[in-house]
Design a binder for this molecule. Structure first.
Ligand SMILES: O=C(O)CCC(=O)C(=O)O
Ligand SMILES: [Fe+2]
Length: 383
């Protein structure tokens, strides 16, 4: 995870005491301008502050990293798959989307629309909490279970990283038992909504992993088994405020998801997510009551490169704020990941070497701030 760097010394500060797991942490809160918030653990950039966020130089990307929105394809789109259809046809559509796009949207997925709306509203209320309440969760320590942070990007020839135009909140989603008491108490429905949403996501993940296994010609529980005994689901809420000039910055930098599988719910009516298809950026338009599904790096490795974990980014909007919730399927740290044997033969030699998921994570954090090439470091050289 990439965190914004401290910018400048705050002129004013006040003390705030927070009780967390038996230890008392003293945060020094300090305002510099209306959006930089400093704590003893570093400072972060509020996406939603007392006044609109201004496009200071800390957000401006060098020319070669800007989004060039006029070049984004307006004709292409990612597949939309109806989950409520005949099974063999469904498997075929999912498999094709995984091979050709690494991304698709699903409709008729069986998850309550009312629950999804409640969840997005809860996230929106969380990001509207006073800064000092949100700041309780701010950390620069990526090993923390619950963390509020800003992504940022290292840029060649520049000492300071460029901040992304967003604020991100991440925590375990399912199972929740061990950490439920550490989740926000405000808004008051937070814990209940996320517990309910987590159970729905767990079912949907299982359904999707089965379809993908079958699409690869494997037994239906194969991918889930290969992803290990103790996976968890994590939730990542992304808040993108309106941006005065969406051409100059990004909400989220270009990346692939490091986990196995991602389910994204995005707020309706505002586009922002874009994916690479045949070297061109394609916008993922929100379809009412749909989820965006994308494959993470672990599925690409397990499928020996047949299913793709594809680069994507989030761009900003001049008028509207945008919210998305990504749910990640995360393997346990000791899970050994490598190409599934049944997918290897003379014509399809293994593309990757096997590794413990913890090693993959180590490499991921080693490449912090860069346009990462993590799975590439586990590629086997072919002669
Ligand atoms: O905001 C979005 O739609 C993209 C989210 C995303 O790519 C992520 O959280 O990894
Ligand atoms: Fe992503």
């Amino acid at each position: 995870m990439l965190l914004s760097t401290m910018r400048g010394i705050p002129p004013l500060s006040c003390l705030y005491i927070h009780h967390l797991s038996f230890c008392t942490i003293i945060y020094t809160f300090a305002f510099r301008g209306s959006h930089t918030f400093s704590t003893e653990m570093g400072s972060f950039q509020l996406a939603n502050g007392p006044s609109p966020l201004s496009l200071s130089s800390s957000f401006i990307l060098p020319e070669n990293k800007r989004p060039y929105l006029s070049q984004v394809s307006t004709v292409a789109s990612i597949p939309v798959i109806d989950l409520n259809q005949e099974l063999s046809q469904l498997i075929q559509q999912v498999s094709r989307a995984c091979e050709e796009y690494g991304f698709f949207q699903i409709i008729n997925h069986g998850v309550s629309q009312e629950l999804c709306e409640r969840m997005l509203k809860t996230i929106s209320e969380f990001f509207e909490l006073p800064p000092q309440e949100r700041a309780k969760f701010f950390t620069t320590d990526h090993t923390k279970q619950i963390k509020l942070f800003n992504y940022n990007l290292k840029v060649d020839g520049q000492e300071d990283k460029v901040s992304m135009w967003s604020e991100t909140f991440s925590h375990p989603l399912h199972p929740l038992d061990d950490v439920a008491h550490l989740l926000p108490e405000n808004p008051p429905q937070y814990r209940e909504v996320f517990a309910e949403y987590g159970m729905e996501m767990n079912e949907l993940m299982t359904k999707l992993l089965r379809l993908m296994s079958q699409g690869l010609g494997l037994e239906k529980d194969c991918l889930k088994k290969k992803l290990g005994e103790n996976p968890i689901l994590r939730a990542q809420s992304n808040f993108y405020p309106p941006c005065p000039d969406p051409e100059m910055t990004l909400g989220l930098a270009v990346h692939t998801d490091l986990n196995a599988l991602t389910i994204v719910r995005q707020s309706e009516g505002v586009t922002g997510l874009q994916v690479i298809k045949d070297g061109k950026w394609v916008a993922v338009d929100p379809i009412p009551n749909s989820f965006v599904i994308n494959l993470g790096d672990q599925i690409q490795v397990l499928s020996n490169g047949r299913y793709k974990s594809v680069h994507h980014r989030a761009v900003t909007n001049k008028v509207h704020r945008r919210i998305s919730l990504a749910t990640f399927y995360v393997p346990g740290k000791d899970t050994v990941i490598g190409p599934i044997e049944d997918l290897i033969d003379e014509k399809h030699p293994p593309v990757y070497r096997s590794y413990r998921y913890a090693w993959f994570l180590e490499e991921f954090y080693r490449q912090e701030g860069t346009r990462r090439m993590v799975k590439e470091t586990f590629e086997l050289l072919t002669s």
